[in-house]
Design a protein around this ligand. Structure first.
Ligand code: SF4
Ligand code: SF4
Length: 456
């Protein structure tokens, strides 16, 4: 049944699908979303905020930038929390909307269906024409069409590889690789070529296998979806028994609304028949909804025989409501979001860590006691910071072994200093001391440590 409806070809054992060109209201909506996302994806590495690339994910130098905020390895807890937030969000989103992410926002689907597949339709025509072209000998038409298609595939893969690297190494460094002599940047150049070939291989050969076999998210669906999840589904109660529309109605052979035209299968980019139920391979691309709606319009029947339905709607015609599971995930998501936002809000641009110098206790000097410390200052901004450090207790005094006052941009500084306290102020062997770091009269960071003094 499947192979008769889905048009396929085999190359080196790999079964290729010829999906029919999608069209309809849902497809138009997807095009709008895809254009906006692609604009964002290609523009973000070239836009700046607070002097930094809008989004940078430099794993090599362990520097991450999001909308002007620089994150360093010291912010690992924030990174871990952001990952946790992302995972809970995906779980919560999937419980409510199924695999909507895959069809509408995943870069793999957007590039595949909205760029590469569209180029294929443009050059080779719709599914039937593609099939005919593949079957014909390597004449001028086939060579020119296949050649121009794969050349365009390579050029777009090159653009994607450059964008991908712009997120990793930064757009300025990428521009240097492209504009300066090859011998100065052969590693960078080799990376561009390698990623171009990887993207080309993915979009020209691997294609929907990424979604149906490789991607682990698709496998999670079975665990996450329930009867209340909104997924692309066939209303089996309305559609069955399927069969061609009868010219004269026969009360002994009443047909459902599905006329078994096979269009929903022919248009599916993953080659499945949604009438067989929700399947792991379905990426919720909505192409089958559009096709079926067009058939229903022609037959003057209600739309959405295939649509965004819950199993509860199909079985009992119950309207869509959020499940308790969805509320539970949403509550956890809210808690993580509040914790994450408060940590971001409290995050200091300069991180200060004060540690007592090992092997030392205290020194007595006249009416004062001193302790020796090392301080590590990390500047997380992209500007040099002139700073002063002092104890929060105004009667204490600090004496630095070195006398620095400038903390260079995105750098660390380690200093050693003595803290002097008046003996009259000390009444215990161990007490807490608080330090403040100021710049241009503003408090930019604080730190704590301990102070030792002789027991009175
Ligand atoms: S497009 Fe609609 S009518 Fe045609 S086979 Fe699919 S479900 Fe049935
Ligand atoms: S079954 Fe429908 S929504 Fe799912 S992948 Fe196929 S065409 Fe897209």
């Amino acid at each position: 049944m499947k192979s008769s409806l889905v048009q396929i070809k085999k190359i080196w054992g790999r079964v290729f699908i010829y999906p029919k060109k999608p069209a309809g209201v849902w497809h138009q909506r997807r095009v709008v979303v895809a254009v906006l996302l692609l604009l964002g994806l290609f523009l973000f590495p070239h836009l700046k905020m607070n002097g930094e690339q809008l989004v940078l994910l430099n794993f090599i130098e362990r520097k991450f930038v999001f909308f002007g905020l620089i994150f360093t390895p010291q912010d690992f807890h924030l990174f871990a929390l952001a990952m946790l937030f992302g995972m809970i969000f995906i779980v919560c989103f999937t419980v409510i909307f199924g695999r909507l992410w895959c069809g509408w926002a995943c870069p793999q689907t957007i590039f595949m269906e909205m760029i590469f597949r569209k180029i294929e339709y443009w050059i080779e025509g719709d599914a039937q024409k593609q099939k005919k072209l593949d079957a014909q000998p390597w004449d001028f038409e086939k060579i020119s069409k296949k050649g121009s298609k794969h050349l365009l595939f390579l050029l777009i893969s090159f653009a994607i590889a450059n964008t991908f690297l712009a997120y990793i190494i930064g757009s300025e460094q990428l521009f240097q690789i492209i504009s300066e002599p090859l011998q100065s940047h052969w590693v960078g150049f080799a990376s561009i070529i390698l990623f171009t070939l990887i993207f080309y291989l993915v979009f020209a050969y691997v294609r929907e296998v990424v979604c149906t076999v490789i991607c682990p998210y698709g496998r999670l669906q079975g665990v996450l979806l329930d009867n209340k999840s909104l997924v692309v589904a066939y209303d089996v109660n309305r559609g069955e028994p399927r069969g061609p529309k009868l010219r004269v109605e026969d009360p002994l052979n009443v047909k459902g609304d599905c006329v078994d035209c096979g269009l929903c299968v022919q248009v599916c980019p993953t080659g499945i028949d949604i009438r067989e139920g929700t399947q792991l391979e379905c990426v919720n691309c909505t192409a089958c909804i559009d096709s079926c709606n067009q058939v229903m319009q022609k037959l003057n029947r209600a739309e959405n025989l295939i649509g965004f339905h819950t199993q509860e709607y199909i079985k009992y015609k119950k309207p869509f409501v959020l499940s308790m599971k969805a509320y539970g995930y949403a509550a956890i998501l809210l808690v993580v979001a509040i914790v994450f936002s408060s940590l971001i809000y409290k995050r200091e641009e300069v991180e200060t860590t004060v540690l007592r110098a090992s092997g030392t206790l205290y020194q007595i000097k006249g009416d004062s006691i001193s302790n020796l410390y090392t301080v590590q200052l990390i500047n997380k901004t992209n500007r040099d910071i002139t700073f002063k450090m002092a104890s929060e207790n105004k009667q204490d005094s600090i004496f630095f072994i070195q006398a620095p006052s400038i903390l260079k941009r995105e750098s660390e500084l380690s200093l050693t200093f003595f803290l002097y306290k008046k003996t009259s102020q000390l009444n215990s062997f161990k007490s807490e001391v608080k330090f403040k770091v100021q710049s241009e009269g503003k408090l930019i960071s604080t730190a704590k440590s301990t102070f030792f003094a002789p027991n009175n």
